[in-house]
Design a protein around this ligand. Sequence first.
Ligand SMILES: [Zn+2]
Ligand SMILES: [Zn+2]
Length: 381
Amino acid sequence: MYAHPGVTTAPEMPVPERMCAWVLGDPGALHHTTKPTPVPRRGEVLVRIDAVAICATDLDVIAEGPPALIEGGPPFNRNFTPGHEYMGTVAALGPGVDEFAIGDRVTVEIHAGCGQCKRCRMGMYTSCLNYGLNYGDRDKGHRANGFTTDGGFADYAVNNINTLIRIDDAMSDAEATLVVTAGTSMYGLTELGGLIAGEGVAITGPGPIGLLGVAVAKALGASPVILTGTRDARLAVGRDLGADHTVNVRERDPVEAVAAITDGHGVDYVVECSGAPGAIDQAGRMVNRGGRICLAAFPHDPDLIDVAHLVRNNIYIYGIRGEGRSATHRAHAFMAQKRFDATRIHTHSFAMDELETALRYARERVEDAIKVVVHNREPAG
Ligand SMILES: [Zn+2]
Ligand SMILES: [Zn+2]
């Protein structure tokens, strides 16, 4: 049986010595196998994975590698398990842990920074200066599950207690997997630093972060909230989540549309979630003087921007990475208070052993898939 010095388990939740896990081989090749159930260290718990949402970044990691970094190199053929948007149940406690109890339902943040670098000390643990240094002589204890350490396409994963959020039974497993996505949207909006109640926000790109960005902006009182994109079905989901206006950029110039909606003034904030060529330059023309732009997407190629326009108009640009500064806790609070229904973006569910099909649905957007959730257990209710 699973027994390790200082690690607490409970008879009602027996933990096996080995577990099922999906492991990344060559680029694009996942296989289902078993490996030893991981062991929590000080400040960590073992989480039984109940559900995992698939993220576009998982597709990038599996096919191309970055931003995953295992033992300083690409994640291929290193017995690495991807998957980072998961939730589950605490199954074992590392030495000294009394912040959580076995049986607690939790959802997780991705990043536990090293806790000792300058950025971690500022609360910017998603920008940890010791990213990926969790092995060998330079083990700084950094974890980004599904990127630098094993993730959630498995039966169990180890999490630092700082990455856990307790959830109550009113929140379904699938909804709980979406907390970290809403947390990323929240991080973007709060890093912009505004009191956004009553201020105009444009969100470009109706992917999961953009759609939940609409929901979070609305919950924070932004007005108007404008969503731009190319797919009418997704724009309709955006309206369900609170967008006051949606603009299909295939039919209408988004800069002109934002100007028309705001009486020519422009919005105070843009959250760029599309990664499309030219999107950052357009964002600079959607914001008013002194406005702020948050970059939340990864464009594939370098992009051309009229920098002089940004300078002349005192426009600020912020890059954000992931879900820093406890934004996930704030997003969870909104969701627990039913301020928006994140499950509007959950379109498909599969069992964990159907992961390859689930990934294909996410990658090819089969049946207009937005968020595909993979379950280890029958979803309750
Ligand atoms: Zn993600
Ligand atoms: Zn750090």
